[in-house]
Design a protein around this ligand. Structure first.
Ligand SMILES: NC(=O)c1ccc[n+]([C@@H]2O[C@H](COP(=O)([O-])OP(=O)(O)OC[C@H]3O[C@@H](n4cnc5c(N)ncnc54)[C@H](OP(=O)(O)O)[C@@H]3O)[C@@H](O)[C@H]2O)c1
Length: 240
């Protein structure tokens, strides 16, 4: 009876994670949304199972993350999270280049994509709510890869790209630091590909169903030697 937690689950890739996971009634799912107004979570409610708990969490707000982890802990009781999917992500100021970035554009991307993810993991760990062999997926991007970005001309989405590279580095650190506390942990970063969501925008090529199906297959087959690695949605490794 695995227990999943997915951030940013009200739309896009997070919603598709819930849709596929909720199809198995054995799965317990914690699905977060920044807004829990009826309109904002109507799609999420539509794909939820009776074992899906929708909780509020703004990953740009440390107090909101703390409250969410506390609320999840009350539902969990003595149970623990088996799969933590840090999916919530933001893409502020995609048009800005490295020569013209607002400080705020860099900070907003980092606040959501790096700090938010770090604090979700930290607070769940500190609350003792991660299972001994928890699998953690931090949702990165091909734009977080130094090698891939170096191959793009023109280089694009500098503030976002910098934040996803930061998320990759956070994961490399956590792969060591968390393993010292939870020896069975496997934490990875994944690139979902260019997917048809609001963030993916015009020109995206992959269906969310395909990308998420591939990521769940990889997640469920993770081995201890995968700890700290960077994978594509199809399971292949991405160069850092
Ligand atoms: N689609 C792609 O091609 C692509 C490619 C590479 C990486 N990714 C990554 O995949 C993940 C999901 O992206 P997506 O394509 O599904 O994007 P999306 O359709 O824009 O959805 C983003 C999700 O993140 C949530 N979110 C944003 N800021 C948040 C905050 N401060 N607190 C809590 N939730 C927040 C959004 O909630 P609201 O509705 O409240 O804004 C929404 O649920 C992101 O990490 C993204 O960087 C996507």
């Amino acid at each position: 009876m695995p227990i999943y937690c997915i951030t940013g689950a009200n739309r896009g890739l997070g919603l598709e994670f819930v849709r596929q996971l909720a199809a198995d009634p054995q799965n317990t799912i914690f699905a977060t949304s920044r807004s829990t107004s009826a309109d904002d979570i109507s799609d999420l409610k539509a794909v939820s199972s009776p074992n899906t708990h929708v909780l509020q969490c703004d990953v740009a707000d440390v107090d909101s993350i703390k409250s969410f982890v506390g609320a999840a802990g009350k539902v969990l009781g003595a149970k623990k999270i088996d799969f933590l999917l840090n999916n919530a992500g933001a893409h502020f100021k995609p048009e800005q280049t490295s020569l013209h970035m607002d400080p705020e554009a860099i900070l907003q991307n980092v606040r959501v994509n790096v700090v938010g993810t770090a604090k979700v993991i930290q607070f769940f760990y500190e609350a003792g709510l991660l299972s001994e062999d928890v699998r953690i997926l931090n949702m990165s991007s091909g734009l977080g890869s130094m090698e891939r970005s170096a191959g793009y001309s023109p280089r694009i989405c500098a503030p976002y790209s910098i934040s996803k590279a930061g998320l990759n580095m956070l994961t490399v650190h956590l792969a060591e630091d968390l393993k010292a506390k939870l020896p069975g942990v496997v934490i990875i970063v994944m690139d979902p590909g260019w997917v048809k969501t609001r963030m993916g925008g015009e020109g995206a090529i992959l269906e969310a169903e395909h990308s998420i199906g591939g990521m769940l297959k990889k997640l469920h087959g993770l081995k201890s030697e995968d700890n700290g690695k960077y994978f594509m949605h199809d399971g292949s490794e991405v160069p850092w």
